[in-house]
Design a protein around this ligand. Structure first.
Ligand code: NAP
Length: 305
């Protein structure tokens, strides 16, 4: 019987592991991927984590992991299927049948890429359609690509791709970006970037690989077909909470309802990082969530023990 199982080893889960180790809790970190770090392992640069200017996302993830390892945290690979109540707390059941018993759980599994749900997207995934510019951008060196979306990820991806590609179209469904102003200014200054406002993707075309993108201007209903080699989709994330329906309260978008204490509708279950309802999903806020959630776990354990 563990005091705590941390599910998900992104910045929130890794920060929670560091705090749990220092609190001398009996715990493990369960992560479905072989690699710790969550979304940031695919982020080219994390430029706003205090004290680590120009830090590579992968390198930052490794630093978090090394820190947790140095404090003796144990990591186990496993994908959670469901969590059941038992008299002493919770039973965590993994898809491979492995089961763990614990007094408390921190859910820190983050979020995954949202799809556009347009014709051609699935058929051409991996053949010119990508959800990760830093992973796949190098394949499009000297070519023409489009980035879809208007958030931080879309703009960061477009800036990254503009360094490699001949031309980058940024297609956004509105006429103002959601992304940070400094990023948008840099994007507007990039010579090989064309901003396509008020437009949505109707179809991604291509026989064996991406050949063109069909757009519709929402204001004029005009259609435009752009010949290109790659489409990078960056239209936000979906929280990884399907295993937790019925366990804790979720909001309409599927995020776990919790404030910065991490306390959820179930007193033995806590949420940290991108998986919970919050204003600002950043590495720094995820790490802070991990710390707060462990403090809430300690308070809960002190009450029930
Ligand atoms: P996001 O901020 O939610 O932006 C998603 C973008 O995609 C929005 O511009 C949205 O349009 C658009 N969109 C959503 N669904 C669409 C659809 N079906 N068709 C077309 N466009 C669609 O998501 P994100 O950029 O992935 O960022 C996720 C979180 O991570 C954010 O909180 C962000 O600030 C954070 N982040 C932080 C850093 C950093 O710390 N440096 C880096 C990257 C991301 P609308 O604007 O019209 O809604």
């Amino acid at each position: 019987m563990f005091d705590l199982i941390i599910i998900g080893a992104g910045p929130a889960g890794l920060a929670a592991a560091i705090y749990a180790a220092r609190a001398e809790l009996k715990f493990i970190v369960l992560e479905k991927e072989i690699m710790s770090g969550g979304q940031i392992i695919n982020t080219y640069e994390v430029d706003n984590y205090p004290g680590l200017y120009h830090m590579g996302g992968f390198d930052l993830a490794m630093k978090f992991r090394e820190h947790a390892d140095a404090l003796g945290a144990s990591f186990v690979t496993g994908e959670v299927e469901r969590i059941e109540a038992i008299p002493a707390g919770k039973k965590v059941i993994c898809k491979d049948g492995t089961e763990y018993e614990t007094k408390t759980v921190i859910l820190s599994g983050g979020a995954k890429h949202r799809k556009l749900e347009v014709p051609g997207e699935d058929a051409l995934a991996g053949s010119g359609v990508s959800y990760c510019a830093t992973c796949d951008g190098a394949f499009f060196r000297g070519k023409e690509v489009a980035v879809i979306g208007g958030g931080d990820v879309a703009v960061e991806d477009a800036l990254f791709l503009a360094r490699l590609c001949k031309k980058v179209y940024v297609v956004h469904r509105r006429d103002t970006f959601r992304a940070a102003k400094t990023l948008v200014t840099r994007l507007a200054e990039a010579e090989n970037v064309e901003l396509v406002y008020d437009s949505v993707v109707k179809e991604i075309q291509g026989k064996f690989k991406v050949e063109s993108l069909v757009l519709e201007n929402k204001k004029t209903a005009e259609e435009r077909t752009i010949a290109l080699d790659g489409v990078f989709i960056a239209v936000g994330m979906l929280p990884e909470t399907s295993a937790y329906k019925g366990l804790v309260e979720l909001d309409a978008a599927g995020y776990i309802v919790a404030d910065e204490t991490g306390i959820t509708s179930d007193p033995a279950v806590f949420a940290a990082g991108d998986i919970r309802t919050k204003e600002l999903r950043q590495v720094v806020t995820a790490a802070s969530d991990g710390a707060n959630a462990v403090q809430s776990v300690e308070r809960y354990l002190a009450e029930v023990n």
